[in-house]
Design a protein around this ligand. Sequence first.
Ligand code: MG
Length: 382
Amino acid sequence: MSNLTTRRNFLKSAGLMTAAATLLSPSQLFSQRSSQKRENSGKLTLKWMPFDALLKHPFTIANFTRTTTPIVLTEISWNGYTGYGEASMPPYLGETQASVMEFLKKIDLSKFKDPFQIQDILTYVESIAINNTAAKAAVDIALHDLVGKIMGQPWWKIWGFNSQTTPDTSFTVGLDTEEVVKQKTREAAPYNIIKVKLGRDDATDRMMINTIRSVTDKTIYIDANQGWRDKHYALDMIHWLNTKGVTMIEQPMPKLWLDETAWLTERSPLPVIADEACQRLTDITKLKGAYHGINIKLMKCTGMREAREMITYARSLNMRLMIGCMTETSCAISAAAQLATETEWADLDGNLLISNDIFDGVKIVDGKITLNDKPGIGVVKL
Ligand code: MG
């Protein structure tokens, strides 16, 4: 055989080998076909962008006031699908846009072949550094949105939840002057429950309740944000609030006061719920007995995966459940809403408090959280 013939035969057989390999591998075929249709081949990519949420009203809780909330938006893409996520960072939790972006930079999703490995991917993200819970939530939410979109189903359906069992959401009225509180209470007209931030001092707390009661007789939830510093005072306040149509008390005393809170909870005519005291799954065991229930927030607990585990575990301890939020866009709110079917109380008003939302998502209809059939977390980017 001449050199030329050898070369021709080599090229021919090499070509056939390639063709045979393609024909014999359905997954390769699928991947080639989909990569022809979709520009992004089977590589998982993570992108992020800082975003400042503008508050409609300056927001005051027990010890500070703010007018914007720093957010980092995330996107995870695979095979032409894109899932959206978000980290929202109220300053008191210690994360910043810079710290979130620094954390996201460390993530290498290229080692995972597809987004369906949610457990492996999120366990890896968890292992990168301690804390950074909002940054981790931004990955968790985008990944869930992506997988739901590929499957063509919303998460409440994938999990088998009944969309009709979502609670009403409360709408938060922060500490303010009598006139502003009246105005904010009137703005809360579309919602059936008002959540009031108390805990500054006795006169202000009573002014807040009396002012709201001068405008409406709607149900009130109280969030003292750790502001009451005496268990006897807290119990007196709860008894007074019980006569004012209040039905639930969130974080009455400092989060480390477990014995004092247990004393209060035992005597309280109203359910006492842990918020600051309950960040993650591993916090729940020690709270049993000290609180009637817990307030789960995606930004505290690293996202939808752990939030669902917290629901299952707290329920097994006969603890009551609430789902809450930070000031967020409709992205993180819609992600939390996928789990709201399983909770007794919901405070998912964060998107209603900002003026520059960039997502269209889950809605409040007649005061009730109303899930949609859109896949993933149920949002469209505006
Ligand atoms: Mg709270």
